[in-house]
Structure formats: structure tokens, C-alpha cells
Design a protein around this ligand. Sequence first.
Ligand code: DON
Length: 588
Amino acid sequence: MLTTHRLISAPLIAALALLTTPLPLAAKRAAIEAEHGMVVSVHELASQAGVEILQKGGNAVDAAVATGLALTVVYPFAGNIGGGGFMMIHLAGATPGTGRDIAIDYRETAPASATRDMYVGQDGKLRQGAGSSTVGWQASGVPGSVAGFALAMQKYGSGKVTWAQVVEPARRLAAEGHIVSQATAASFHTFAKLLAPFADSQKIYLKQGTFWKAGEHWVQADLGATMARLQKNGPREFYEGETAQKIAAAMSAHGGNITLADLKNYQAVERTPLRGKYRGYEIVLMPPPSSGSIAILQMLGMIEPFDVAAMGSNSAAKYHLFAEVMKRAFRDRAEYLGDPAFIQVPVSQLLDPAYIKGRMADFSPNRATPATAIQPGLGKFMARPMAESTETTHFSIVDAAGNAVSNTYTLNGAYGSGVTIPGTGILMNNEMDDFTAQVGTANMFGLIQGEANAIVPGKRPLSSMTPTFVFKNGALVLVTGSPGGPTIINTVFQIITNVIDFNMAVAQAVDAPRIHQQWMPDVISFEHQGLSADTAVALKAKGQTIKERASYEGGYQGDGESIAIDPKTGLRYGAADPRKADSKAIGY
Ligand code: DON
């Protein structure tokens, strides 16, 4: 009889040993490594568009605009010019610590005709379907994406590529077409009910009810023509040109709220990022109207006194602690946060270390605090007027010079309001639902919100989008962010702690299972296969209510398209999130 050692060579034995000994999780999936530039987005063709611009001499900002516009074409689920978002920009300095960080707020605004109770019906209840804050012509805020991209590029672009050049990949993908992926084809089926009532959405995304199949060549002629007009006439085309006129005319014909004046008056705003420290790292985040910055800095502050690493990344002790800090941060979010142009957001009080410590005074490692027992920490929100005078996708980019962009933008729900403006291929957002449409009534993400986020003309709705940078000794080490409504905050929080507390490589930090708790409902949701049965038992024993995430996205939470930079070698590591079938990191 032959013995195994005669059949199997020494290297093979070594390889088999590797397979049978438990592998470190980092070996599960490697990030994409590159020396110069890296683009990570939810679609390969959009990542490619960004790389194309980097290789033409554009910087991370120029590439971000190209990627953002390309996603509009290849990922209409969330990529958009009919929505809005946040772009964080890091401009590298000559040495670590000498760079500059900028936040561009291109969140949608409430139209001038908007009113506080515009979505409340005569029966005192929030309207559903047509006329609601979620579906149809009245659900949209004034789109900010084109203005945001233009502001970012004009002020912080390289000056080496033109606006026409960065629009070109999107124009080409729309006018010449691209191959429909399996995920995109499936998504059109999932959202057919939302899209079908609107003639142009029915035509473009549902192929008049016959549906696109994976592998088919899909041309979006109207969107291609819109991109060509933007290319030729510049970004103001969207707000004052033929495109603006088409939007305003369609809105007026269908009872929508956005007028030509709303479009003309829209302004993207440059803001100063919020900065905080966690275990020697510096975290730089999008300030309000993003709520994520304050919530994440509060949560990091609340967990810092604990030896999180010793708890183990999948332990009941960690998940319990995290759920408890999430409840407290989301309680404050509901009470105090809104558009800083309209309300006084008590940023410094909410981030005061003594306040944060006090928030955990009633924390027990053994017992869940019921959500109903958690009060906002600074007393009831009082509307104080200002002295002088509110579905998503994330992508990350680093260029050869070390500049970076962390961008999250959205239509709010998948395919937004469902409305495509006739003759333009522009899918419109349903961002008005991010406002408090009615105090005490949950929005589409189950968020109960307060007066601070009430609807006012021109105001930006409170957002959870949290594009983020992490620095170590002044050097940028992580670019991250995610979609997923309120889960964004907790997804980004967990990616950060995976890297800092658990020393995970970026791909591992992105892949690791996530949980979500948002104060109300008083439930921890976890991902499919994301929590072991005995951990679940231990969490229940502490009084936590837990529930497996059952979403249309297969039970997964978020989509953290991220890049890490090794401060020693300067190598960029792109980690596309495997939760999204078409996501892709491309480096060079
Ligand atoms: O700004 C916000 O918080 C929401 N409009 C984000 C929506 C979102 O992430 C949906 N994606 N899955």
C-alpha cells in the first residue's frame, strides 16, 4: 500500500497544512494593491471611469466627478444627478499632517413651496403612495449632485482635465451603452412596482415591461443627451439650461414642487469637517447636516474606556456594548440634529468628553437599557433660530499624489421617487422623506425624528451619510463610507473599530459581519450568518432584542467601498465590498 508521503510532495504537504490549520481572516480575501491611484466603487465601469481620469492627469476630485457621473448611468439604483450627497476631500500636504480636509455638502434642499406638514393628509396621517414623501412627483428635494461635483472640481480639481473630459465616460456609457449585469437586471425586477407608474422609468429601466436581461447591451439615449448638454454647456445646464426647463416643466405638469427658481437658487456648500480622536487615530468626518459625524464620534468616545479588543470581534460582550452606545447616540441624533443653517446644532456639547462619559453612567455590561429609558442628554430640543438669519452609494478614491475623496451620494430610496423626468433620463430623489414629515411617525428607515429636522423651504434634510477619513500620525490610512440609511453610521463605526481595535486588514474590516441599533425600534439587527447562535443567546440573556436583517439586499448591511493606505510603503489597498455583486477596486 502506498503511503501518503510517497504520493505527496513536501510543498504540497505544506500547502495542505495551511489549508487545515485555521487561516487568519486576512487571508480570506486580499484587497487590491496599487502603487499610485485606486478607485473603489459599486460598479466596475464607474471605477474604470475614475481611473481613466486619474491616468489622464486628473486628481482624486476630478476622478470622483467622473465616477459619480458614471454611476448615474451604470448604477441607477443610487448613482445619480437627480439626488445629492456629501464629498470629503483630502488634499495631501508635502509631509504627513500638513494636508487639508474639505467637506462639500451637496445635499438636496426643500423646494420653496415646501411646508412643515406637506405630507400629512386630512386624516392627520402621513400620506402613502402618490403625494407622499417617498414616491412620485412630490417626494423630491432640489438635486445637488451636479452643483456639488462642479464646486469640488472648480476649487479642488487638478486643473489638468476639463469638465467635458470628466463627463465623457458617463456620456459614452449612456449614449453608446453598456452590458447589463445580473445584479442590475435583478434589481429592475425588484423595483418594478415603484418604477412602472412613471412613463419614462417604465421605458428606460423596465424596457416597457419586457425587462432587461443580464448580458444585454443597454443604451440610455436621453441620459446620453443630457450628459452631452452638461458636457457642452457646463454644470449650470442642470440648473438654468434646457435640462432645468425640462425638470421644471415636468414637475409643474405632474403636481411636483420643484420650480425653475428652486433649481437656479440651489447652492452646494463647502463646510469644515468634524475631527475627533480615537485611540491615537484621528477621525475626520462630514459635519451636519450629516448626523453620522457626531454619532460616530460620540460612540467612539463611549467605547474608548473599554478594552474592546479583549472582548473579541464577534463576542456578545462587544455587540452588547456597541448596541448600547448606538442607542444613546441615535437618541441624541433624533433630538438635536438637523441642518445647521436652520437650527443651532449643539455640536460642542454633544462632543464634550465629560458629556460623552456621562451618557454611559447607566451602562451595564449585563443588562440592556430599554430604548424608552434613554433620554436625550441635553434636555429637550428647543427650536432656536440662527442669530443671522436641511438609495445611496459610496465610493473611495486615492490618487498618485495622496489626495483622496470619500463620497457618499444618494437618491434616498432605491431608484428614488421612481420618477424619471421625461426626455432626460434623470431619475429623481425622494429625499424629502429624510425630513421629519411628522413628529413621532417613523420614516422609511424606521427613524423617529424631531422638530430639529422639520421641513422648512431651502432647508437640507438630516442625513446619515458619513464619508470618512482616518489618519495616523498625520498620514491618511483609511478612506471609507457606506450606504444604508441610518445603518451607515453603524457600518462606518464598525469598519473603524475593526481596523483600530481588531487590527484587521481593510478587506477583512469591510467583510466582517455588522450589527445595527438605532434607538427606536429597540432591536439589534444582524446580517445573514452574521451572529452565532450562542452569541444570540448571550445577547438575549442581557435583555437585547435581536433580529436577522431581512432586506431586499439579501440580509446584508451596507456596502463599505474602502481604501487603506500603508503609511510605511504608501501602497494603496482597495477593498470592494463583497455584499455588492458588481463592486470593484481598480488600482494602477
Ligand atoms: O441621507 C440619508 O441618510 C439617506 N437618504 C441615505 C439613504 C440610503 O443610504 C439608502 N441606501 N441604502
